[in-house]
Design a protein around this ligand. Structure first.
Ligand SMILES: Nc1ncnc2c1ncn2[C@@H]1O[C@H](COP(=O)(O)OP(=O)(O)OP(=O)(O)O)[C@@H](O)[C@H]1O
Ligand SMILES: [Mg+2]
Length: 318
């Protein structure tokens, strides 16, 4: 559970089992203040409130009983690097939140770029979630801004595949953990690394929808084909309901090659290509320098507004 020092506001993630009876005193390691911590959901309130049962979890800033959202889970993936997976995950997540949706963004990439962009360096990741015997995934989720939560990544995420790839059902690690929290969010967006292996497979098997970002470049089309094929295999072999959409990123309307590749993508994937395209826009890179979503950095920016329109298109898919 998340506790906050009442003197300096430092926040800590603690295991609720350390709270004996209903409360305990703890010392803030930052300012040395001693303060009292109480269990957030006592057994008596569980029994008297039918909306809360023993499966309830405590997520920073979310009412325990507010669990009727059944999230749409979206993986953002393409094995090709630098196609705007992370940029899309962040800007789409924030745009959905501006449209009054409650959003969890998961950084599932060992590079931890998304966490860095959101101001979380070396925070606990899904690796620690899996390692922990008694602290649930909910307690690793941080509230970042209105309607946006983050499960960060760190360099230890690289160990996740090394320690689990030989295990039975290794590809369902993420799906199984998300079951506990999916009802607390409208959308869960998973940023994946530039690969089609362990991490992307885990993300896809946890998702209802895959978004494949791609610039209109010939080599990026190969990455799209790879993921689209992987999705087909998943659908055929595991009977898993998984749709996909291609998101055109960094589009340059004046560039001939871009227009040719766009036509090829539309011919091949037709209704799977989002109508909204994200143009190449220097505001994206500028916004990342100051760790802001593009639409907050410049609400008139082309890319910021296009991500907002993309979010509307995604809501309309439901
Ligand atoms: N619409 C855009 N206009 C201009 N630059 C962009 C746009 N979208 C992304 N970029 C830039 O492209 C680069 C790659 O973006 P990003 O890191 O999101 O890609 P990625 O697919 O997540 O990369 P990786 O495969 O390494 O995870 C970044 O420098 C980013 O600022
Ligand atoms: Mg990335």
């Amino acid at each position: 559970m998340i506790i906050t020092c009442d003197n300096c506001n430092a926040r800590y993630n603690i295991n609720e089992s350390v709270i004996k009876k209903n409360e305990t005193s703890v010392r803030c390691s930052k300012c040395k203040n001693v303060f009292v911590v109480r269990k957030q959901v006592s057994q008596s309130s569980v029994e008297s409130n039918p909306a809360i049962n023993n499966d309830s979890v405590v997520i920073d800033g979310i009412d325990t009983a507010d669990r009727h959202h059944s999230a749409k889970i979206i993986s953002v993936c393409n094995q090709k690097g630098g196609v705007a997976k992370t940029t899309t995950s962040l800007n789409l997540g924030v745009s959905l939140s501006l449209l009054k949706k409650r959003v969890l963004i998961i950084d599932f990439d060992i590079q931890a770029n998304l966490s860095l962009l959101m101001g979380y360096k070396d925070a606990k990741s899904f690796f620690e979630v899996i390692q922990s015997k008694d602290v649930g995934i909910a307690e690793y989720i941080v509230k970042t801004q209105s309607n946006v939560w983050l499960l960060p990544s760190n360099s230890k995420m690289a160990l996740l595949s090394k320690t689990h790839i030989q295990n039975e059902n290794f590809e369902y690690l993420l799906r199984d953990k998300l079951k506990v929290i999916a009802d607390y969010f409208d959308y869960i967006i998973i940023d994946t690394p530039p690969s089609g292996d362990f991490y992307t497979l885990n993300a896809l098997l946890a998702s209802n929808l895959a978004i494949i970002p791609t610039p209109c470049e010939y080599l990026s089309m190969q990455g799209v084909a790879h993921i689209a094929n992987m999705i087909k295999v998943i659908r055929d072999k595991s009977a898993h309901e998984l749709d996909y959409r291609i998101s055109i990123t960094m589009f340059e309307a004046n560039d001939t090659a871009s227009r040719v590749v766009l036509k090829k993508l539309k011919d091949e994937y037709n209704e799977h290509v989002f109508t909204t395209m994200i143009e190449k826009d220097s505001k994206v890179r500028e916004s990342q320098i100051v760790h802001k979503p593009t639409i907050f950095y410049d609400k008139e920016s082309r890319a910021g507004r296009q991500y907002y329109n993309l979010a509307k298109e995604i809501i309309a898919l439901n």
